[in-house]
Write a protein that binds this ligand. Structure first.
Ligand code: CO
Length: 496
């Protein structure tokens, strides 16, 4: 495989920044502006979540992570596609839209008007439901890591309200935005399960682990105290272990309590301190294992697997944490001052407790995904967003990385194209519960989808790539822009 880097090593920051504007309207239409053709056997629904509002009645929020969640669904059937988007009617969204002003503080620094006095000791945060969306157990759930899920109607995207998984999680519980579908779990007798976690914070931190069967019933639950301050966004799983990177950060709550900063602005990364890799046996029968590694800051993991005495985990790591500064506009971010995320392999020796690291992709990358039937298993390919140039830069393409050979193939969205997280959809292999449970044929027999923002046209589009060679098969032009999103999932069920 050879890299295809054919565009100039530059980008227009003002066009990139235009992708961070609210989309206030809600649409529901068949997509007719299609370049190329949609594969007729691509069937199902791609759900995506991300901030839909970047301002409240003209007042900009401080950071996109503070934006209220909006769900997009793109349903594919018989070579046709249908687009829909709805804002999630969280209590905070409804109250702020009604009041026409910001009423809540955001984790990443969005303050209520009135300066520090109005924000003093105001630790009430709103559940913005903006990070991930997943269809499981007959429910479409919008996830935000610090609170309960919101349930939505998968066909209409209408908000049904807070959902505590049929009272299986306590009021106020955190249910993280990074669940994994394990294609075959011990807790469910070999059937697929949904693995997720939640971190309850307060004076101390408690980690909860959940495994849900296909009906949505919690079949395995564990609770563990976490030492020190925990900023953990994602996890990884293997058949035997749940893995967490506890990044070396310190939290100074005083500026937050005094209303001067958002909680996310009070986190300081300690790049020279080791990361603690916490390994929890999923059956709960053995004690957790902790090893240390010099990892940098990690938000996202691509995958993990077991190999004899070793546990291997592939993650996007930053040499230093991009800090959120008060009084700045994220649209003016100087990318050259940030550190690129890079794909690293961490190989944990269970016998000695030592960790070896290896760089798999040095180009700036984020949002890695793998074949859904190989979650937690040895695998060959990951698909991830990448920058078009060296150094830290916006994500403008998709890279397919062969982690066994270190080879990379890249598709670029063009000089004014900016990408969202990719999704890999296998052509075949749907098993129990409409989950992808096996690899049929080649691991890369399927499609990679991503939503792009075309800054020159000020319009978003969905592109469908052939996963084997990243050839663009179709580009589905939407009638409007969609603000840059966070995460999404695909279900083979069609909700049109
Ligand atoms: Co994430």
């Amino acid at each position: 495989m050879t890299a295809q880097l054919t565009q100039p090593a530059t980008y227009d920051q003002s066009l990139w920044a235009k992708g961070y504007r609210s989309l206030k309207e809600e649409f529901d239409y068949a997509i007719t502006d299609i370049e190329g053709s949609i594969p007729p056997d691509l069937s199902g629904t791609l759900f995506r979540n991300g901030p839909g509002t970047l301002d409240v009645n003209g007042t900009n929020i401080h950071h996109p992570f503070d934006g209220d969640g909006m769900i997009c669904s793109i349903a594919f059937q018989d070579g046709q596609a249908h687009f829909k988007n709805r804002h999630i009617r969280t209590a905070g969204y409804v109250a702020e839209q009604k009041a026409g002003k910001i009423l809540y503080r955001g984790v990443f620094g969005t303050a209520r008007p009135g300066g520090w006095a109005a924000n003093l000791f105001d630790t009430q945060l709103k559940n913005i439901a903006n990070t991930q969306v997943i269809y499981w157990g007959g429910k479409l759930l919008a996830l935000w890591e610090a609170a309960e899920p919101h349930a939505l109607n998968p066909a209409t995207l209408e908000t049904l309200g807070l959902d505590r998984l049929d009272n299986q999680i306590a009021p106020g519980s955190a249910f993280a935005a990074h669940p994994w579908i394990d294609p075959s779990a011990a807790s469910t007798g070999g059937a697929p399960c949904l693995f997720n976690f939640g971190i309850q914070s307060g004076l101390s931190f408690t980690l909860k682990l959940y495994e849900l069967d296909l009906s949505g019933k919690v079949v395995q639950e564990q609770s563990h105290p976490l030492p020190g301050f925990a900023f953990i966004h994602d996890c990884a799983i293997t058949p035997r272990y749940a893995l967490f990177f506890q990044n070396p950060v310190r939290f100074n709550p005083l500026p937050f309590l005094f209303g001067l900063k958002g909680a996310g602005e009070c986190i300081a990364f300690r790049p020279n301190e080791p990361t603690r890799i916490l390994m929890f046996p999923r059956d709960g029968k053995a004690k957790p294992i902790t090893v240390e590694a010099q990892s940098g800051f990690v938000f996202h993991h691509a995958n993990a697997f077991e190999e004899g005495e070793f546990v291997v985990i592939d993650s996007i790591a930053y040499a230093d944490l991009p800090s959120v500064e008060p009084g700045t506009d994220f649209r003016d971010t100087d990318f050259s001052k940030g550190f690129p995320g890079q794909l690293w392999r961490f190989r944990i020796n269970l016998a000695t407790g030592t960790v070896e690291k290896q760089l798999l992709l040095d180009r700036c990358c984020e949002f890695p995904v793998v074949h859904p039937a190989l979650v937690g298993r040895p695998y060959r390919y990951t698909y991830t967003g990448v920058a078009a140039m060296a150094g830290n830069a916006p994500l403008q393409g998709i890279a397919k990385v062969d982690v066994t050979k270190g080879e990379t193939l890249t598709w670029l969205a063009g000089p004014n194209g900016y990408i969202n997280e990719p999704t890999f959809i296998p052509r075949k292999g749907i098993g129990a519960g409409n989950c992808y449970t096996e690899v049929v044929g080649d691991e890369d027999d399927g499609w990679v989808l991503t939503m792009i923002y075309d800054g020159a046209r000020d319009q978003s589009a969905i592109v469908v790539l052939d996963a084997r060679d990243l050839t663009q098969l179709a580009r589905l032009n939407l009638k409007h822009h969609v603000p840059f999103g966070l995460h999404g999932t695909f279900t083979p069920q069609v909700f049109a």
